[in-house]
Design a protein around this ligand. Structure first.
Ligand code: NOJ
Ligand code: CA
Length: 729
């Protein structure tokens, strides 16, 4: 095989393109063409191959195969886009730019890649064209399809996307099942990829996993999917810029191959499209350092989205909030407006009095928002069944909506409005314009949406009142819906936090008012799950999976981790200190302090960390960690000099030394460390803790003890001269 190495210079950047146009395939007599593009640092090679008219791609890292030849293409309703192709043209380009995040894990993002665009055309009538765009980043590859404007393709229906990811060996995978009739709120398993195949086989699926195995066998897994190869590489498969397309789940095809698996519309079509258009990006992060995956995935995902479409983002502000929420999940309060006092000691949560008390609490401790659920008409005991009755504009008589907004503003606290749709989409869409306009008129700057629903998940009705659907949450229909609401919210200057959402694929770059979302098992499961709640490894798993896609409103900070007076069979399966560590390890620009105010007063010393910790960052570093085992993250406060460190472990207790070399050179800091007590244990002694203060600088090391199911949370504050004489080194 003969390789032609061409050096092309684009702007100030030069890149090496290995262009091979020859016939090795050649043995088989099939015409063969290959193009490749290297990452800016040269470590990743991404190759496109066309053999006998069939396109494939592959990738190597430092010369080692990572992705073997993998399929590309589509089945359409009226034909296919998988073979019969020849290369019409290829284009190379390079980009090295920086953009600033209005909020984020870091202020600045470097978007640095080399690109190869290959336009293909089919020989047979109607000579359809398909373009594949490949990007090679230093720690990732990405590819997307474009359907150029062309006479042979206008409106079309995708019946299958053929994109595959074939691995060179049988890596370990940290995965959660993608269930179509349930929200993305599953536990993670760490198994070999081949085991994933066994557990998700169509005929056997759901035996071991999933909420409703018979109705909804496990056929695929969610992205981000994180993998670790035997030779020490870390990979993460995800997608970016999910616009007007179905979400990508991944289905194992054999022991080492995953295939794109898209949720269909109720009529069986996967994607309804009209050329010119483009697919989302298929992204594979690749590095020999897990920290590159943890730090880089959300940033590259966002960079693959178009720039911000909101001209003035000054109204989009990160903040911490409290809310009338955990009380309902505990059964202290209720949402039920039909028989409020019947089953709960204190009746309705969303009353004017309770909300005033929460606003007072928020103001006292510096929180910027108070979430109120159940303020609007329509909540019944079985509210899921009655979801079509929700109003999104009318408050209940017990709740003085305009008065409370004014009361809050007087204290510097915003009211966060809650819209539970029950996944009855047409009821929500019909009222959405009026509801968001009302928010703007009253001065409500945040909405938390919810999409809880039994099957059918996403109901919508035609103009004739007939049910169309149900549609899956991962379907193109719902992708369109979530985007519609994000754009509507932007129009009315409302920041959005969606529960039971579509996954984050970085569109907050374009619509930064879509600040946070759920989309994984959050804290609420600890209130009521029959399976006993989130196991101690769950939070660690989240950092390596769900959080790679972007912010997650986990609702951390339940310091009163046991609550037998409300829920005898439930508790939070962590130590109290691990709840503090979540504020650093779990990134969300809208971050909740989820516990009851009384519990914060009770645990006032530990609560101080929640008061102090910011939720917007200048930079983020993963200091140590192992998939499914433990993780330590450091973040620098945006617009300030403080650093915060969070460390979390699974069931295993750990002791380690933490070097502080990330601190600036000559400064002294006061380290305020919130640590598990020596005898702490999530199960038997979850509240034991100690708070230490000492002087440190970048040459110091801290000794951390993490209890079983425990953690550590540290604030590093520049030391004043007074501090320097007060605290020990
Ligand atoms: C599910 C959400 O995750 C939770 O936060 C909310 O309280 C309920 N839906 C009710 O809307
Ligand atoms: Ca939920």
């Amino acid at each position: 095989m003969k390789h032609l190495v061409t050096l092309i210079t684009v702007g100030a950047v030069s890149l090496s393109i290995v262009s091979v146009s020859l016939n090795t395939a050649l043995a088989s007599g099939k015409p063969h063409e290959e193009k490749s593009v290297a990452s800016p640092n040269g470590k990743i090679q991404l190759a496109f191959d066309l053999t006998g008219g069939t396109p494939t791609y592959s990738a190597t890292f430092k010369g080692q195969p990572v992705i073997l030849r993998s399929a590309l293409g589509f089945e359409l309703k009226d034909g296919s886009l998988k073979t019969d192709f020849s290369v019409l043209d290829t284009k190379n380009s390079a980009t090295d730019e920086k953009w600033v995040q209005p909020w984020g894990e870091s202020r600045e993002v470097r978007n640095h890649y080399n690109e190869l665009a290959v336009t293909l055309q089919q020989a047979g009538e109607p000579h359809r064209k398909l373009r594949v765009i490949f990007r090679a980043f230093d720690n990732a590859i990405a590819l997307r399809y474009e359907w150029p404007e062309q006479p042979g393709l206008k409106d079309f229906a995708i019946m299958d996307e053929l994109t595959e990811f074939a691995f060179a060996n049988d890596p370990m995978a940290l995965w959660a099942p993608a269930l179509r009739t349930a929200a993305a709120e599953q536990l993670y398993a760490k198994t070999r990829l081949s085991e994933l195949l066994r557990q998700t086989r169509l005929e056997r699926g759901g035996e071991t996993l999933g909420g409703s195995p018979k109705k909804d066998p496990v056929k695929a897994v969610s992205t981000p999917l994180t993998l670790q190869t035997a030779d020490g590489l870390f990979l993460c498969i995800h997608e970016a810029d999910l616009t007007d397309y179905a979400a990508m789940e991944l289905q194992p095809r054999d022991n080492s191959t995953l295939k794109a698996y898209l949720a269909p519309w109720s009529d069986g079509i996967l994607v309804k499209a009209s050329a010119p258009c483009a697919s989302p990006w298929r992204l594979v992060m690749i590095s020999d350092k897990l920290s590159d995956i943890v730090e880089g995935t959300p940033l590259i995902t966002r960079s693959l989205n178009p720039p911000c479409r909101i001209a003035d983002t000054s109204w989009i502000k990160p903040g911490k909030y409290v809310g009338i929420w955990w009380g309902m999940h505990m059964g202290k309060y209720t949402w039920d407006q039909t028989k409020p006092g019947e089953f709960t000691p204190e009746g309705l949560g969303a009353t004017t009095k309770n909300t005033r008390d929460y606003i007072d609490f928020a103001a006292k401790y510096g929180f910027s928002g108070v979430l109120v659920e159940g303020w609007n008409k329509g909540w019944a005991r079985d509210w899921v069944a009655h979801a079509a009755e929700f109003s999104f504009t009318e408050p209940i008589p017990e709740f003085d909506l305009p008065g409370l907004v004014v009361y809050g503003h007087g204290k510097g606290v915003d009211l966060i409005s809650h819209h539970e749709t029950g996944a009855i989409i047409d009821n929500y869409e019909k009222q959405a314009e009026a509801a968001y306009a009302q928010c703007e008129r009253l001065g409500i700057h945040h909405v938390k949406t919810g999409y809880v629903g039994d099957e059918p998940r996403a109901k919508h009705y035609g103009d004739d009142g007939k049910l169309i659907g149900p549609e899956y949450l991962d379907s193109q229909y719902m992708v369109r819906h979530y985007r519609k609401i994000a754009e509507l919210a932007a129009k009315h200057h409302v920041m959005l936090d969606a529960h039971e959402p579509i996954k984050d694929t970085g569109e907050s770059r374009t619509w930064p008012n879509f600040m946070s979302r759920e989309g994984a098992r959050g804290q609420e499961w600890n209130a009521w799950a029959d399976d006993g709640g989130n196991p101690p490894n769950h939070d660690v798993n989240l950092v390596f999976t769900r959080f790679l896609s972007g912010p997650f409103d986990f609702t951390p900070g339940i310091l009163q981790v046991t609550y037998p007076e409300y829920r005898k069979n439930n508790r939070v399966n962590t130590t109290m200190v691990k709840q503090l560590a979540q504020y650093v390890c779990f990134y969300s620009p809208l971050q909740m302090a989820a516990d009851l105010p009384d519990n914060y007063e009770k645990h006032r010393d530990a609560f101080q960390f929640i008061i102090d910790v910011p939720c917007d960052w200048e930079e983020t570093r993963m200091l140590n960690g192992e998939l499914g085992e433990y993780v330590t993250i450091a973040r620098k406060q945006r617009g300030g000099e403080e650093w915060f460190v969070g460390s979390m472990t699974n069931e295993k207790r750990r002791d380690f030394k933490l070097s502080l070399t990330f601190l600036s050179k000559s400064s002294w800091y006061v380290a305020e460390s919130y640590l598990d007590g020596e005898d702490a244990d999530w199960k038997t002694n979850p509240f034991a803790h100690q708070i230490e203060k000492r002087l440190v600088n970048r040459d110091s090391t801290l000794s951390l003890h993490l209890a079983s199911g425990g953690g550590a949370a540290i604030r590093l504050k520049p030391a004043s001269s007074e501090d320097q004489s007060k605290f020990k080194k």
